[in-house]
Design a protein around this ligand. Structure first.
Ligand code: NCD
Length: 318
């Protein structure tokens, strides 16, 4: 049975990008593009509404991006940016916290180190909950950001050879992006990682079941000439069991100017950020490097998502 939210409208959450149908995603990206072109139209769309950012794990860009998105819509923000400054440090459960937050705010973005925690929150919430990253699992709004960037700069989401490079084992942005892009079956994947950081087998099984072309390789240089998109990631230090392994693997890949010469002239380089050493700063001036553009697209797409989940996407951009 459809749940009704505190605002009297059907209650929807975003736990994974697949919670939206392809048509709904298209509408969301169209709305985000419209916001980009006509930001003033939306400046009061969330007047007197509050976004709660409940971040149990450190984040700078995702939290600030959500907060900027809500402020750009004329709304307000409340929240906490680490578990120690919330009642979680006193032992409060996520389900109790969200019941309390539901009384204060109209929508919530939650990041948690445990896989599935935002889903538990959603089950007990009276307001829309957005998963802002749960452990090594999913990061849907980063995926929407990545997809919007690709769509805006390449024209569509189909027909590419996509290289994903770095920590494919622990990187939730990789898992989330591959999962979402499976809906666009004309893409091929090249998973570039050291043996220890390979993409999880559940994703490979999905690709195999869907007859989607993919390969796993170790050397970035060999793959570069065939790629349309290169998604670089950092090695996820906080998810390693021991520091020794991290130190051994952290600089396995460094994309630099010399390597960029091997890549096609129209290949895009994406990165969810934060960057550590995996992209040399000398690449930043290359027009193919679009990771800072991604940050800007991320704000538009989060604005569109907030409006959509609050049921405010109908009239505002018509
Ligand atoms: C990513 C994350 O938190 O998973 N960062 C982000 O939200 N932009 C990537 C990362 O931390 O490496």
């Amino acid at each position: 049975m459809e749940k009704i939210g505190k605002n009297g409208k059907p209650l929807r959450h975003m736990m994974t990008p697949l919670d939206f149908s392809s048509e709904e995603l298209e509408r969301l990206f169209d709305l985000a593009s419209d916001i980009k072109e006509h930001p003033d139209t939306y400046k009061d769309a969330c007047n007197r509404m509050k976004l709660a950012t409940c971040f149990y794990e450190p984040s700078t860009r995702t939290r600030l991006s959500f907060e900027t998105a809500m402020l750009n819509l004329g709304g307000q923000i409340i929240g906490f940016s680490d578990a120690n400054s919330s009642s979680a440090s006193k032992g409060e459960s996520v389900s109790d916290t969200i019941r309390v937050i539901s009384c204060f705010a109209d929508i919530c973005a939650m990041r948690h180190p445990k896989e599935g925690a935002p889903m538990v929150a959603a089950a007990h919430s009276r307001i829309p909950v957005i998963n802002a990253g749960d452990g090594g699992h999913q990061h849907p709004t980063q995926t929407l950001t990545d997809m919007m960037t690709i769509r805006a700069l390449k024209g569509s989401l189909n027909g590419y050879t996509i290289g994903l490079c770095g920590d494919l084992k622990f990187g939730r942005t990789v898992h989330s992006l591959v999962n979402a892009m499976l809906r666009y079956p004309d893409n091929k994947y090249v998973f570039i990682s050291p043996e220890e950081l390979r993409i999880p087998s559940y994703l490979k099984e999905k690709l195999t079941d869907m007859n989607i072309d993919f390969k796993e390789v170790e050397r970035l240089e060999d793959s570069l000439p065939e790629l349309d998109l290169l998604y670089m990631t950092r090695v996820q230090r906080e998810r390693f069991f021991n520091e020794e392994d991290y130190v051994r693997l952290k600089d396995f890949y460094v994309l630099n100017k010399a390597k960029m010469e091997l890549a096609p002239k129209d290949m895009l380089v994406l990165h969810p950020l934060p960057r550590v050493n995996e992209i040399s700063v000398e690449v930043d001036d290359d027009p193919r490097a679009v990771y800072f553009d991604q940050v800007q697209y991320g704000v538009y797409v989060r604005m569109a998502l907030i409006l959509t989940l609050l049921g405010l996407d109908g009239g505002a951009h018509a």
